[in-house]
Ligand binder design. Structure first.
Ligand code: BDP
Length: 702
């Protein structure tokens, strides 16, 4: 199956002149023999070049006057070449690279160089991507470095191979056959990640199982780490806070208890003995029922610092999640993480990173940014995006997420004057944090195409690209992905790009327009359930979030309501408090407004909501038309697969529109405006739909 190859398809280059030019550049390759990472760069060249150019690669054992391509670290280059790249080498960091073409003794020569071995792997992948995109490599100099240090995937994979919120099959990690059996998938996974610069992976679910920290599992983890290391990828594990009790025979997991501290220190030593470059622990504590320091009357700082102390001698990090909201707290859920964590800013050890989701609730199709960004000034913050589409139609709906990621990264928090963007907070440039991290909850599983929906591959790709450089533009990312995955033909690339770039707004429109949020059906979050009001905790219920009644709809987060707005910088607080100045896409996130409230375009709120739902459906209709017009560029299998998925997306977009509008209409008591299709069924019908099986949930989430 071609889809398995992701964006590393290396299609044959049909253009004769181009193919000739590339063959010349790669005619005689000198690639240094300095370690395992560069061996993988060589392997990639040997795989890619014959496919693209139809020729075998000739490798030279030393640099000669015939050499056309040199791949080596700066320090090993001959003096004249050092001189040629010197200016650029000063502009890269230790993972960066340079691709530069020069003329040496009147012969064209391309150099891929870097400070360290890993840069050569990244440079090689970049070189191959330029070829896949039919770029004129010898005419340009590429100087590039990652802007963020930890570019990390978070797997929510359980040890039984189920994946929480996973919609692409089972977990890749075959614990039963490890450590002896190394599945080719592990290698291809690492290749794909390295090709986009991802350099860290958390193998296990944040709802953690302590077993992974036992010797039997650590031996398996070690085997995976050995594979990933040669692609520059560091392994992390999730640490269950109560592990000292569960697998250590202690009676407590109190972080201030000497025995507990010693247990974690010994555990760290045991892990590092096997995996010298182990990254550290990702921890979900005192959140949604997970154990944590508060079980012992301690706080997040006590817990995180205890683990940080254990990891410190080995250079490991603790990534402590701030995804907390309590069942004993009846303040607005959107406020709780900020309230709880703000006082701790500056109290964490220097190897602690606090990981915050992009929005204050939970990976909705659109959320305003999490107010901890910008407000947290002394502690390094990692941003956590969700690549898997828990609230975005699973891997059935085509939604290009880099558009969402970009929207968040570009937002100005105003916390240190104008220009305090989230990208600058994450890359450390605003507050000078030393540890910088972007994490993505992955959408990968055992499906033949890795991600369930072929276009969901673009979300993995785009996450990696933005983690490398948070200033990249989502249009450019889509462009790269389409051209490496399908074809360079403009007649295909342009409309498909447009389709991808609209897809995110489409899903917002047909699920949660104008700032509505969390109106998904129970537990599995599949399909609409705005009427749900009977879950264990108020803040698990959609009615808590939309507050619809006969007077209006929306969550009042101004001073007359929960005042969540006070958590933002004064400039935004003011702008968002005023319905005239708040961007309309956040309207009902922050305001409860009457049904006849006048929107910017003169429509009343009820009509505006209804028309947005309709617009979402129409946008999916257009996506189908675009795909149908692209048929000549696709083989039958490729065409049909996405076509069928788009039909489901259309059906479900209508389901969302009809179910939500019928339900909200019971409060507004207003007719559907002109242009909105009549619902196919009654409200009772939509309310009666039950899904006994939806993928991606554990029994406890039912
Ligand atoms: C929510 C998911 C739940 C996760 C939780 C988390 O519904 O499965 O465990 O976030 O991030 O989005 O910890």
């Amino acid at each position: 199956l071609n889809d398995y190859k992701l964006w590393l398809k290396y299609n044959k280059i049909e253009n004769h002149d181009l193919s000739q030019a590339y063959s010349k550049t790669t005619n005689a390759v000198y690639i240094a023999n300095i370690g395992d990472i560069i061996k993988n760069a060589k392997r990639e060249l040997s795989l890619a070049l014959p496919q693209m150019l139809g020729t075998q690669v000739t490798y030279e054992s030393s640099i000669t006057s015939e050499t056309t391509l040199i791949i080596d670290v700066f320090n090993n280059l001959p003096e004249d070449l050092k001189l040629a790249v010197k200016k650029n080498i000063e502009n890269i960091n230790k993972e960066g690279f340079i691709i530069q073409s020069i003329s040496r003794n009147n012969t064209p020569l391309t150099i891929i160089t870097s400070k360290e071995e890993i840069g050569l792997l990244y440079g090689t992948f970049r070189f191959l991507r330029e070829m896949q995109m039919h770029e004129n490599i010898s005419a340009k100099t590429i100087v590039d470095s990652p802007k963020i240090q930890l570019r990390m995937l978070n797997h929510w994979d359980n040890l039984d191979r189920s994946v929480e919120r996973g919609y692409a099959g089972f977990s890749l990690w075959n614990w039963q056959k490890l450590p002896e059996y190394i599945d080719q998938r592990y290698i291809d996974y690492a290749r794909a990640n390295a090709s986009i610069g991802i350099n860290a992976t958390v193998l296990t679910n944040v709802n953690a199982n302590a077993l992974v920290l036992t010797p039997m599992y650590l031996e398996k983890v070690e085997a995976l780490a050995n594979v990933f290391r040669s692609y520059g990828i560091q392994v992390y594990l999730t640490a269950r806070f109560s592990a000292p009790i569960e697998i250590g025979n202690l009676e407590t997991a109190d972080p201030l208890d000497k025995n507990v501290q010693e247990w974690w220190s010994n555990k760290a030593a045991e892990i590092y003995k096997r995996i010298p470059d182990f990254g550290g622990f990702l921890v979900k504590a005192n959140s949604e029922g997970q154990p944590g320091p508060q079980n012992y009357g301690r706080n997040h700082v006590d817990g995180a610092n205890m683990m940080a102390t254990a990891l410190k001698p080995f250079g490991g990090n603790v990534i402590w999640r701030a995804f907390v909201y309590s069942e004993h707290d009846d303040t607005d859920r959107a406020k709780q993480a900020y309230d709880e964590f703000l006082p701790y800013d500056g109290s964490f050890k220097d190897n602690v990173i606090v990981q915050v989701k992009n929005g204050p609730i939970d990976f909705q199709p659109r959320e305003p940014f999490h107010p901890m960004f910008g407000a947290y000034k002394k502690t390094p913050l990692a941003i956590e995006f969700q690549i898997t589409q828990e609230y975005l139609g699973f891997s059935t709906h085509l939604v290009f997420l880099p558009k969402l990621f970009e929207e968040i990264l570009d937002i100005d928090t105003y916390q240190k004057g104008t220009g305090s963007t989230i990208a600058k907070i994450i890359d450390g440039s605003l507050y000078g944090n030393k540890l910088t991290t972007m994490a993505g909850v992955t959408n990968i599983g055992t499906d033949l195409n890795w991600t369930g929906h072929p276009f969901a591959q673009a979300n993995w790709y785009g996450f990696g690209r933005l983690a490398w450089d948070p200033n990249l533009n989502s249009g450019q990312i889509a462009d790269e992905w389409i051209r490496t995955t399908y074809t360079n033909d403009k007649a295909f690339v342009e409309p498909i790009k447009k389709m991808m770039l609209t897809s995110r707004e489409a899903v917002v429109n047909y699920m949660n327009p104008l700032g509505l949020h969390h109106i998904f059906d129970t537990g599995h979050h599949y399909g609409p359930g705005p009427w749900v009001d009977d879950l264990g905790r108020p803040d698990w219920n959609p009615v808590y979030y939309h507050n619809a009644d006969k007077n209006g709809i929306g969550f009042d987060r101004t001073t007359s309501g929960s005042n969540a707005l006070e958590q933002y910088a004064p400039f935004l607080e003011k702008a968002y408090s005023n319905t005239n100045t708040i961007p309309e896409e956040y309207l009902l996130w922050f305001h409860h407004l009457p049904w006849d409230y006048k929107l910017n375009n003169g429509e009343i709120l009820w009509d505006g909501i209804a028309l947005k739902y309709q617009e979402g459906v129409d946008q999916v209709d257009d996506m189908i038309k675009t795909w149908e017009a692209a048929k000549p560029f696709l083989n039958e299998e490729q065409f049909n697969e996405v076509h069928m998925l788009l039909q489901i997306q259309l059906k479900e977009a209508k389901w969302w529109r009809d179910a939500c509008l019928l339900y909200f209409q019971t409060f507004s008591n207003l007719p559907l405006p002109k242009g909105v299709e009549k619902p196919a069924h009654s409200l009772e019908y939509y309310q009666s739909l039950k899904f006994p099986f939806a993928p991606g949930i554990k029994p406890s989430w039912n």
